[in-house]
Design a protein around this ligand. Sequence first.
Ligand code: ADP
Length: 190
Amino acid sequence: MKFIILIGPPGAGKGTQAKLLEQSLGLPQVSTGDLFRYNLKNETELGKLARTYMDKGELVPDAVTVAMVKDRLASADAAGGAILDGFPRTQAQADALDQLLEQLGGRITVVPNLVVDREELVQRLLARAQIEGRADDTEDTIRTRMRVYEEQTKPLLDYYQQRGLVVNVDGLQSREAVQQALRRVIEQAA
Ligand code: ADP
């Protein structure tokens, strides 16, 4: 079981790239943001709970998020591993993932870090707000999500760097160029 963790700030292009990688790698994209949005749309209990955090740009509590990911990774299509997008986002989630992978006999092969500067990120998120109408793409929540990323998720780069897993990928290139760079990085790590 091979796991690739796409890491990077909100708006860096993790979702777009993960979807493209799905086909070429034959591994499913597991996006916690998408899973929460699916639950929101279907008005499940999980969705109702998640909404209160997502609307503010805050993180859904770790226990809830971890349980959802565990459940998702138990599906047959994840038997060979997955491309994780938006998870882990906190140290507690990273620890829970390590534990889970130990149980499942999986390993993290590489942690590509999509690097995009702050100004470009805000522009992209505001543009996405107009196109997709995502409720959490307002200026206020964007600011909160950036702060949450800096405080809670960025430290994970150190954690994975110590294990030699992080490879930076320039996220300012074209979609295709980023995809190519990611494929190279993943192949080299396999
Ligand atoms: P972004 O483009 O901001 O990275 P995502 O689609 O990944 O957006 O996530 C949207 C929201 O879903 C987050 O702001 C957060 O509220 C919630 N969320 C997603 N992943 C996680 C996670 N791993 N832990 C806690 N909350 C999460």
